[in-house]
Write a protein that binds this ligand. Structure first.
Ligand SMILES: Cc1cc2nc3c(=O)[nH]c(=O)nc-3n(C[C@H](O)[C@H](O)[C@H](O)COP(=O)(O)OP(=O)(O)OC[C@H]3O[C@@H](n4cnc5c(N)ncnc54)[C@H](O)[C@@H]3O)c2cc1C
Length: 408
């Protein structure tokens, strides 16, 4: 076996992979980034880029590139419950700040900007479908790509698997598909002409009887477009024999939304993809390898957001790759510190979100919270901060929060 060598190889140029590759290259490592697709490419997603991702974008010096012509700033969230009660929650009191608290940006564009950032940082990018992880005994030493009958080998002391929900790197390393309690499925379509958005471009999450414990979303995009979708836990899909496309159509023509879609046109097909949830993260490191983002199963089990955690794990993986090169130690015990680091940062949040995910199964509770929030500033502010602030989310995950709320 022969082929070119690098300091690190990253498989997958989504937000996790491009972020990791950029940071490693900027710390002086020679990095190869391999993706099976030609960019710009579509990725099934809600396209909502939250506060956490905004911080990572700032670290990459990219916030300015996402100013209005590239993405739509979003200033808040509208939530409605099964009873139809609705609450509008601003993400911030400061509507004049330069950097918005969140943006909505089609992934085709978002991921391309991140990949270009990696190229500018000196990362070598090639198109190729990774089919195999190369090993010497139990140590990962590179990857193989295949195209028709052509095979190519690439070598590095560190391979980072950032190849998403159906990660070949994770599978090659012996990790099974997650069980259905820790996996969701979602479908989405783009529309033009949906009406009724809040003037702060609020993203909208609607809990409808048929969607619970998942939700129906309508996210406004630039140029009058919107991203519309539905996502739900895979175990519920199986148990209730749900067909997501049927559910999606039922939502779009639901009496609560039909008026808003009366002059809307669907652009392109309805597409689906999996969401590996952080209620059960995978093993993230071993001899010569690390996993980031969806490959490591880091999607927030309550909100369904995964871009921020992909970028944060990408930043941490890059830091540990650099330390490994400094120490010339690429062993499982050393790279295992990367996993510890990710869990230190995200584990509390993921556990709280898991509790929240269970709570929304109770429709009466969801109705009660949203009804109270629509009438109480204090409750609506707690929900607002829940999206950004771990302490507020912790508060909401406690049964006492609901006891106090219901009897207040
Ligand atoms: C329906 C839906 C809605 C969502 N909505 C949101 C949202 O609004 N906000 C949010 O924050 N998150 C959302 N998510 C989650 C988010 O999309 C993911 O968490 C995020 O894309 C993870 O980034 P990543 O870099 O880990 O992987 P990905 O973005 O999946 O990137 C993986 C890359 O690896 C490449 N690849 C795969 N296999 C190979 C291979 N064998 N060889 C080479 N390359 C390969 C792929 O081409 C791809 O470019 C949603 C997910 C779904 C399914």
């Amino acid at each position: 076996m022969s082929g070119p060598s690098y300091d690190a190889i990253v498989v997958g140029a989504g937000p996790g992979g491009s972020t990791a590759a950029t940071m490693m290259s900027e710390s002086g490592l020679r990095v190869l980034l391999i993706d099976k697709d030609s960019f710009p490419r579509d990725k099934v997603c809600g396209d909502a880029i939250s506060g956490k991702s905004m911080e990572a974008l700032e670290k990459l010096g990219l916030v300015d590139q996402f100013e209005t012509q590239k993405a739509l700033p979003t200033w808040g969230l509208t939530i409605s419950g099964p009873s139809g009660d609705q609450v509008e929650i601003p993400f911030t009191k400061d509507r004049h700040r330069r950097i918005p608290p969140g943006i909505v940006c089609q992934r085709e564009r978002f991921d391309d900007i991140l990949l270009n950032r990696a190229v500018r940082a000196g990362v070598i990018v090639i198109k190729g479908s990774v089919t195999k992880v190369l090993r010497k005994r139990d140590v990962v030493i590179g990857v193989a790509t295949a195209s028709g009958s052509e095979t190519a080998h690439y070598f590095a002391p560190i391979v980072i698997g950032a190849d998403g929900a159906y990660s070949i790197v994770a599978r090659e390393l012996g990790m099974e598909q997650l069980d259905d309690e820790h996996y969701s499925a979602g479908i989405r379509a783009y529309f033009s002409g949906v009406t009724g958005f809040n003037d702060g471009n609020y993203i909208e999450i609607h809990f409808v009887d048929e969607s619970i414990p998942g939700y129906f979303w309508i996210f406004p995009l630039e140029n009058g477009l919107s991203n519309v979708g539905v996502g739900i836990l895979s175990s519920v899909i199986k148990k209730n024999n749900i067909r997501l496309k049927v559910m999606f159509q039922a939502m779009v023509s639901h009496p609560r939304f039909i008026e808003r879609f009366s002059n809307a046109t669907q652009l392109g097909p309805t597409k689906g993809w999996g969401l590996p949830l952080g209620s059960q993260p995978r093993s993230m490191a071993g001899n010569g390898w690390m996993l980031v983002g969806d490959a490591a199963s880091l999607i927030d089990p309550f909100t369904g957001e995964g871009i921020g955690n992909a970028m944060i794990s990408g930043i941490l993986a890059a830091e540990w790759a650099q330390k490994a090169h400094e120490k010339q130690d690429f062993s499982a015990p050393f790279l295992g510190s990367y996993e510890k680091n990710v869990l230190e940062l995200l584990d509390d949040e993921l556990k709280i979100s898991k509790t929240m995910q269970r709570l929304v199964k109770r429709k009466w509770l969801l109705n009660a919270v949203i009804r109270k929030a629509s009438r109480s500033k204090e409750v609506s502010e707690t929900i607002t901060s829940m999206f950004f602030d771990l302490e507020a989310r912790q508060k909401m995950a406690s049964p006492w929060f609901y006891v106090k709320l219901l009897f207040a």
